[in-house]
Design a protein around this ligand. Structure first.
Ligand SMILES: Cc1cc2nc3c(=O)[nH]c(=O)nc-3n(C[C@H](O)[C@H](O)[C@H](O)COP(=O)(O)OP(=O)(O)OC[C@H]3O[C@@H](n4cnc5c(N)ncnc54)[C@H](O)[C@@H]3O)c2cc1C
Ligand code: FES
Ligand code: FES
Length: 1187
C-alpha cells in the first residue's frame, strides 16, 4: 500500500534523486522538470515530453518511463552535451535552476535534434532562473541550432558570444547515446487501476463508460488529468480529496476530430496536443478560415510554460469567439481577469444582433454580464458597447483596430460581423542578440552542480489578521501531537538558552512569546517523521489570541502614528534654506517604490545534527553568514560557539536574504534537534518562505527640489521612508545606504537626506542585493527626471548638467573620489547605444503610432563597495598543501552563484603557479575559518581574494628556499622536500580592510572602500491600450576595474540587471488590507522570465579601468547592476508621456514602481480610463494595499 505521499504527490518527493529540485511546488518555476516518455499506441510512436515533477502524481505514470537529470549524464561519468554547453557558456551560477533547464533542453533535442530558436524559447519558457539573466543559458543552447535557423528571419546572426564561450572541444550531440524507451512498456496498457493510500485513493479507468460510472458513484471526487489545478490546491493550499479519478488513460477522450464546421477536441487532450493541431490547421488551411485558430495559438503560446501545457487540459472552450486575458507578465503567467465575448452585427448595419460577454477572475465563478448584453441587443453600435463595459473597452477597441475589418473599412464603417478573435497581438518576443566586450580574458569558472535527511520540522506561524496577545497556555498542540508521525512540538518554553536573535543590540524573538506582531511570525514548530506529516500537524496547532488594536501596515499609516525605529538618520551638505531662496523654481513631489521578494530558487533550509558528545552540534545550512548562524545557535542553546560547526557548501541563490532569517530558522531547528536528540531538517515551502522571511523594503521618497530654468539643480531635500516591518533587522543600515547613495552621479551643492524606518505590523524586511542603494538612487533619478520635464529639457541633458565633473570630487558625506571613469562609462554608453539617433527614430515612431509608444532613457551610476561598518571589511582564508602537491583552499565567503570560489581558485593558482585542477575548495566551514564576515556588500571577492592571496604568499615565502635550492624539481617534489625540511605547509591568510565609517552627526566619513561606476541606456515599447510593455534594447557600460574573470562579471551584471527589471517593472507584492501577504508563489508573483530580457542586451566592460584599492585592480560587482534597470522604468515613463502629450495631457504624472501593466495603462489616460475613474479614497475597501 502506498502512503498518502506516494499518491497525490508527485514524482519529485519520491525519486530520491537530488538532481531534480524543489523551487515552488506549484508548477511555476520549472526547477523540477523531468522527461516523461510514453508509448502512443494510436500512432505507434514514443512520445517524449517534459513535466513538472512537483505536480505529476506518481500513480498517473503507470506505463511511462521517467528520465531525471541524473539519467542523462553526470560529472561522475560523462556530462551530456546539454549539461556541458550550459556549463561552458556560464549559464549556471547558483546552479539550482540548471537541472530543470537541462531537462527542458534535453527533451527538446530528443524530439528535434536540430531545433530553431523559437523551439528553444518555447522549451525554456516555463523555466525560471533568478541568477543569470538567461543570456548565457541561451548562448549555450543555441549552439544546437542549425545555422539556417529561424534567427535569420530576424537578421540576427546565429552565433554565440565566442569571446566568452569557445565551441572548441565541446561534445557533439549523439542521439544514439540516448536512453532507449524500455520495450516492456510498449505492451498494451492494462485495464483500470486503483491505488489505495492511507488518506487517499486514486482510480484510473480506461474507458469512458467506466469513468462516467465512477463520477456518478462518487460525484464529489474530482476528475484529474494534468493535476495542474487540483495539485497546487492540494499541495499549496492543503485542500484534501479522499478520492481522485484520473481520466488521462481514457483513450476515447484523447481523440481530435476535424469536421466541416470545425474541430472537436477530446476532453483529456493536453494543451500541447491542442497547439500542435492548431499549428497544423494554420499551416494547411486557407488563412481566412483559420483566424480563430490563430488567435487560439496566440493564447496558447502565452499560457503557462511548456511543462504545464504538456500536462494540462484546456481551460479554453473553443466555441468562445473571443478570449481576452489580462496578466502580470506577457508569458508564463496566470491570467488576472479573462473574458470571452462574441458580438454579431446585423448584416450591413452596426446594430447588434447578438452579444455574449463573460468574465473570469472577477468572482468565484465565471460571470455573464447578461443584463448588459440583453439591453444592448438590437439597439446599439460598437461605440455604445464600449461605453457600457468599462472593463473591456480598451481591449475591444484594440481588437477592433487590429481587425482586418477596421483596417479595410475605416472605424465608422458598419460591420456585419466583428470577430474579435483576430488581433489582440501580444507584443512580439524576439530573440536574444547580445554582445559582451572586455579586454582581459581569464580562466573559466566551474559550474555549480547538484547537491545533496532525517526528521522534518515545519513551523507554526501566525495566520491571523491583526495584532494579538496570547499566553503560552493559549497554544494547544494536543491535536497535532496525536497525529501519525509527529515526534514533538516546541515553542518559546523549549529554548534552553535565549529565545532571541541579537543583531547590534537589537533583539528579535525566535518564537513569539506574548505578542504576535505580524502574520507570518513563528510561534512554534512541529517535528515529525516526514515533511508531509510535519506540515499537516503544524496546521493543527491551535492558538487563541486576544486582539490588540490598532494595527497598521503602510508607510502612510506609520507616518500618521509617528511609528519609527531608531536611529533616524540625516546627511546634509550646503545651506538648504538659503539655496531655496535663490533658485528659479521649486518642485515638491514624491515617488513610491514597492518591495521585492528574493525568490532565490532554493528556499531557506538546513539540517541540524546533534553529535551526541559534549553538546556538539553540526549544521548543514544555506547561509550567507555562517559565523552569525553559529553565534545565534550558540546563544539559543546556551552552548559555546566552539561546539557548533556550520557547513555551507553552496547556496541556490541568496541575494541578501540568507543572512538574518536563516540564523533564526537554524536556532529553531537546532533547538528541535537537541530536544529530540536526532537530526532535524527544516526546509521552508515557497509560500512560507515568502511570508516569513520577507524581502526588499518598500520606500517612499518625498522631495523638495530647487532648480534653475536651465536644469541646474541647486538644492534637493529628500525624506526617505522605508517600511521596516515589525522588527529592525538590518533596516537602519539599509536606510543608511540609501542616504549614502542619494547623490549618485550628481554634484548638487545643497543636498539633504533624512531617513526614517517605519515600524509596522508586517514581517520584518531585510537585506536584498543593493541594500537600499537601488531605492536611494531611484529617488534621486526621479528628481532629475521631473526637473527635466518641468524645464522642458531632455532628461539626459539635465543629468549631464548636474554631474560631478572635477578630477577630485567629494560626495555629500565628504568622501573623496574621481568621477573620471563614471563619465567615461556615461559617454561610452550613449555612444554605443547610438542614443541620439535612436531618440530621433523613437520620436518618429511615436508620431506614426497611436496606441504604441516608445521611450528611451539613460542613467549613470556611482555605487559604493564594502561595508560602511568598518569592522566587517575583513577576510580570512586557510590554505593547506598536501604531500601529493594538491592544494585545499578554505575561506570565509559563501558560494551562492557569484563565483567567489572560482575567483579564489584563480588567485591561488596565480600565486602558487599550479593549475586550477590541483586546487580544491570543499566548503565554507566555521571550524576552518572562524568569525568570517557575511558574503555581501559586493565585497566578498575583495576580502576573500586578498586573504587567499595573503595565505598563498606566506606559503610561497616558506617554499622559496626549497625552490631556489632545487630549481629543477617539480611542484610535488618541492612540497615533499619542504615537508622533509619541516616547513609548515598550512597557512592562514588575513585581509585587514579599510577603516570605513560615517560620523552621522557631522555628515562626513569615508563610507566605502571605493566606487564601482556604470551607465545604462534602455529602450522600451508600451501598448497604451493594455499597459503591456516590451524591453527592446539595453546597453550597459560597466567599470569593474581589471576584471578577474569577465565571464563571471558579465554574468553578475546581466543577472543583477534582470533582477532589477523585476524590481522596477514586474514584481509586485500584494497585501490584503489586513496585512496578509497574498502573493506567495510564482503563480501570483512574477519574476522575470526569458520573455522579459531585452532581445538586444549589450554589456561592455570599461576598457583600461584601474582600481588600486582591490585585488588585482578589480572591482566588486554583485550589487550595483540592479539599479541600472531603472532605465527601463524611466523609458516607460517617457513612452507614457508621449502618449499623454498626444492627448493634450501634461508630461508630469505620478508613476509608482514597479511600472506594472495596470499602472502603465492607467497612466496613459484616455477616453477609456475616463470610463473607469478611480473611486475616492476612503469610500471603498481596497482588495490590496500599497504598503
Ligand atoms: C504554473 C501554472 C501556470 C498557469 N498559467 C496559466 C495561464 O497562463 N493561463 C491560464 O488560463 N491558465 C493557466 N494555468 C491554469 C491551467 O491552465 C489549468 O491548471 C489547467 O488548464 C487545468 O488542467 P488540468 O488537466 O491540469 O486540470 P486538473 O488539475 O487535472 O483538474 C482541474 C479541474 O478540472 C476538472 N477536470 C479536469 N479534466 C476534466 C475533464 N476532462 N472533464 C471535466 N472536468 C475536468 C477537474 O475535476 C478539476 O476540477 C496555469 C497553471 C499553472 C500550474
Ligand atoms: S518545483 Fe515544480 S515547478 Fe517549481
Ligand atoms: S543559476 Fe539559475 S537560479 Fe541560480
Amino acid at each position: 500500500m502506498l502512503s498518502q505521499n506516494h499518491l497525490h504527490v508527485s514524482l519529485l518527493y519520491i525519486v530520491l534523486l537530488t538532481g531534480t529540485k524543489y523551487g515552488c511546488g506549484g508548477g511555476g518555476c520549472g526547477a523540477c522538470t523531468v522527461m516523461v516518455s510514453r508509448y502512443d499506441q494510436l500512432h505507434n510512436r514514443v512520445l517524449h515530453y517534459t513535466v513538472n515533477a512537483c505536480l505529476q502524481p506518481i500513480c498517473t505514470l503507470h506505463g511511462s518511463a521517467v528520465v531525471t537529470v541524473e539519467g542523462i549524464g553526470s560529472t561522475k561519468t560523462k556530462l551530456h552535451p546539454v549539461q556541458e554547453r550550459i556549463a561552458k557558456a556560464h549559464g549556471s551560477q547558483c546552479g539550482f535552476c540548471t537541472p530543470g533547464m537541462v531537462m527542458s533542453m534535453y527533451t527538446l533535442l530528443r524530439n528535434k535534434p536540430h531545433p530553431t530558436m523559437e523551439d528553444i524559447r518555447e522549451a525554456l519558457g516555463g523555466n525560471l532562473c533568478r541568477c543569470t539573466g538567461y543570456r548565457p543559458i541561451i548562448d549555450g543552447f543555441k549552439t544546437f541550432c542549425d545555422n539556417d535557423c529561424v534567427l535569420n528571419k530576424y537578421l540576427i546572426p546565429c552565433q554565440i558570444s565566442d569571446e566568452l564561450f569557445h565551441m572548441d572541444n565541446v561534445l557533439p550531440l549523439d542521439p544514439s547515446q540516448d536512453l532507449i524507451f524500455p520495450p516492456e512498456l510498449m505492451k498494451r496498457a492494462c485495464g483500470s487501476l486503483c491505488f489505495q493510500g492511507d488518506r487517499l485513493k486514486l482510480i484510473s479507468p480506461v474507458d469512458l463508460t467506466n469513468l462516467l460510472e465512477l463520477k456518478t458513484e462518487y460525484p464529489e471526487a474530482p476528475v484529474v488529468v494534468g493535476n495542474t489545478t487540483i495539485g497546487p490546491n492540494m499541495q499549496v493550499k492543503g485542500i484534501h480529496h479522499p478520492l481522485i479519478i484520473y481520466a488521462g488513460r481514457v483513450s476515447d477522450l484523447h481523440t481530435v476530430t476535424w469536421g466541416k464546421d470545425g474541430v472537436s477536441v477530446g476532453a483529456v487532450c493536453t494543451l500541447s496536443s491542442l497547439k500542435e493541431e492548431m499549428e497544423m490547421a494554420v499551416r494547411e488551411m486557407e488563412a481566412e478560415r483559420t483566424r480563430g485558430y490563430q488567435a487560439l495559438l496566440q493564447t496558447l503560446r502565452c499560457l503557462a510554460g511548456k511543462q504545464i501545457r504538456n500536462m494540462a487540459v484546456s481551460p479554453i472552450t473553443i466555441t468562445h469567439r473571443y478570449r481576452l486575458i489580462l496578466q502580470k507578465q506577457r508569458e508564463f503567467a496566470f491570467s488576472i481577469v479573462n473574458a470571452g465575448m462574441k458580438v454579431v452585427f446585423k448584416e450591413g448595419s452596426n446594430i447588434v444582433e447578438s452579444l455574449n460577454i463573460y468574465y473570469g477572475g472577477v468572482g468565484p465563478t465565471l460571470v455573464k454580464v447578461g443584463r448588459t448584453c440583453q439591453k444592448l441587443v438590437g439597439r446599439y453600435n460598437l461605440h455604445t458597447i464600449l461605453k457600457s463595459q468599462p472593463m473591456s473597452p480598451a481591449f475591444l477597441a484594440k481588437d477592433y483596430q487590429a481587425s482586418p475589418e477596421s483596417q479595410d473599412r475605416g472605424h465608422s464603417t458598419p460591420l456585419s460581423e466583428c470577430s474579435f478573435l483576430f488581433g489582440f497581438p501580444v507584443l512580439q518576443t524576439h530573440y536574444l542578440k547580445t554582445f559582451q566586450t572586455f579586454l582581459t580574458p581569464q580562466a573559466l569558472r566551474c559550474s555549480a552542480l547538484g547537491r545533496c535527511a532525517t526528521q522534518e520540522a515545519a513551523c507554526r506561524f501566525s495566520d491571523h489578521v491583526s495584532l494579538f496577545h496570547f499566553k503560552t497556555s493559549d497554544i494547544d498542540p494536543s491535536e497535532a501531537l496525536g497525529m501519525t508521525g509527529v515526534v514533538t512540538f516546541l515553542s518559546a518554553g523549549d529554548v534552553p538558552g535565549q529565545n532571541r536573535r541579537m543583531w547590534f543590540n537589537n533583539p528579535e524573538e525566535l518564537f513569539a512569546e506574548e505578542e504576535v506582531t505580524c502574520v507570518g511570525q513563528i510561534i512554534g514548530a512541529v517535528v515529525a517523521e516526514s515533511r508531509e506529516q510535519a506540515r499537516r500537524a503544524a496546521q493543527r496547532v491551535k492558538v487563541t489570541y486576544q486582539d490588540l488594536l490598532p494595527v497598521f501596515f503602510t508607510i502612510e499609516e506609520a507616518i500618521q502614528h509617528q511609528s519609527f525605529f531608531d536611529p533616524k538618520r540625516k546627511l546634509e551638505r550646503g545651506d538648504m534654506d538659503k539655496a531655496f531662496e535663490t533658485v528659479d523654481q521649486i518642485l515638491e513631489d514624491e515617488i513610491y517604490l514597492g518591495g521585492q521578494e528574493h525568490f532565490y530558487m532554493e528556499t531557506q533550509g538546513l539540517i541540524a545534527v546533534p553529535k551526541g558528545e559534549n553538546g556538539e552540534l553540526e549544521l548543514f545550512v544555506a547561509s550567507q553568514h555562517a559565523a552569525y548562524t553559529q553565534e545565534v545557535v550558540g546563544i539559543t542553546l546556551g552552548i559555546d560557539s566552539n561546539k557548533i560547526t556550520c557547513h555551507v557548501r553552496r547556496l541556490g541563490g541568496a541575494f541578501g536574504g540568507k543572512v538574518m532569517k536563516i540564523a533564526s530558522l537554524s536556532a529553531i531547528t537546532a533547538t528541535a534537534a537537541v530536544k529530540t536528540g536526532r537530526a532535524v531538517r527544516c526546509v521552508l515551502e515557497r509560500g512560507d518562505d515568502m511570508l516569513i522571511t520577507s524581502g526588499r523594503h518598500p520606500f517612499l521618497g518625498q522631495y523638495k527640489v530647487g532648480y534653475n530654468n536651465d536644469g541646474t539643480i541647486m538644492a534637493a531635500d529628500i525624506t526617505y521612508y522605508s517600511n521596516g516591518g515589525c522588527t529592525l533587522d538590518e533596516s537602519s543600515f539599509i536606510m543608511e545606504k540609501a542616504l549614502l547613495h542619494m547623490d549618485n552621479a550628481y554634484r548638487i551643492p545643497n543636498l539633504r537626506g533624512r531617513g526614517l524606518v517605519c515600524k509596522t505590523y508586517l514581517p520584518s524586511y531585510t537585506a536584498f542585493r543593493g541594500f537600499g542603494g537601488p531605492q536611494g538612487l531611484m529617488v534621486m533619478e526621479s528628481v532629475l527626471h521631473e526637473v527635466a520635464v518641468k524645464c522642458g529639457l531632455p532628461p539626459q541633458k539635465v543629468r549631464e548638467i548636474n554631474m560631478y565633473r572635477e578630477e577630485e570630487c567629494y560626495t555629500h558625506h565628504k568622501q573623496l573620489f574621481s568621477p573620471r571613469d563614471m563619465l567615461r562609462c556615461w559617454d561610452e554608453c550613449l555612444d554605443k547605444a547610438g542614443y541620439h539617433d535612436r531618440l530621433q527614430a523613437i520620436q518618429q515612431f511615436n508620431t506614426y503610432n497611436r496606441w504604441k509608444k516608445r521611450g528611451i532613457s539613460a542613467v549613470p551610476m556611482k555605487f559604493g563597495v564594502g561595508f560602511s561598518k568598518g569592522f566587517y571589511n575583513q577576510g580570512a582564508a586557510l590554505v593547506n598543501i598536501y604531500k601529493d602537491g594538491s592544494v585545499l583552499v578554505a575561506h570565509g565567503g559563501t558560494e551562492m552563484g557569484q563565483g567567489i570560489n572560482t575567483k579564489a581558485l584563480q588567485i591561488a593558482g596565480r600565486i602558487l603557479k599550479v593549475p586550477m585542477s590541483s586546487i580544491h575548495i570543499k566548503e565554507t566551514c566555521t571550524g576552518n575559518v572562524p568569525n568570517a564576515a557575511p558574503s555581501a556588500a559586493s565585497f566578498g571577492t575583495d576580502a576573500v581574494g586578498m586573504a587567499v592571496k595573503d595565505a598563498c604568499e606566506k606559503l610561497m615565502r616558506r617554499l622559496k628556499p626549497v625552490m631556489e635550492n632545487h630549481p629543477k624539481y617539480t611542484w610535488q617534489q618541492w612540497i615533499v622536500e619542504a615537508y622533509c625540511q619541516k616547513v609548515s605547509l598550512s597557512a592562514t591568510g588575513f585581509f585587514l580592510g579599510p577603516h570605513t565609517g560615517v560620523d552621522w552627526e557631522n555628515s562626513e566619513g569615508t563610507a566605502y572602500y571605493y566606487f564601482t561606476f556604470g551607465a545604462c541606456c534602455s529602450e522600451v515599447e508600451i501598448d497604451c491600450l493594455t499597459g503591456d510593455h516590451k524591453n527592446l534594447r539595453t546597453d550597459i557600460v560597466m567599470d569593474v576595474g581589471e576584471s578577474l574573470n569577465p565571464a563571471l562579471d558579465i554574468g553578475q551584471i546581466e543577472g543583477g540587471f534582470v533582477q532589477g527589471i523585476g524590481l522596477y517593472t514586474i514584481e509586485e507584492l500584494q497585501f490584503s488590507p489586513e496585512g496578509v501577504l497574498m502573493t506567495r508563489g510564482p503563480s501570483q508573483y512574477k519574476i522575470p522570465a526569458l520573455c522579459d530580457v531585452p532581445p538586444q542586451l549589450n554589456v561592455h566592460l570599461l576598457a583600461n579601468a584601474q582600481n588600486p584599492h582591490a585585488i588585482y585592480n578589480s572591482k566588486g560587482i554583485g550589487e550595483p547592476p540592479v539599479f541600472l534597470a531603472s532605465t527601463i522604468f524611466f523609458a516607460i515613463k517617457e513612452a507614457v508621456a508621449a502618449a499623454r502629450r498626444e492627448r493634450g495631457l501634461g508630461d508630469s504624472f505620478p508613476l509608482s514602481s514597479p511600472a506594472t501593466a495596470e499602472r502603465i495603462r492607467m497612466a496613459c489616460e484616455d477616453q477609456f480610463t475616463e470610463m473607469a475613474p478611480s473611486p475616492k479614497k476612503g469610500t471603498f475597501k481596497p482588495w490590496s494595499i500599497n504598503i
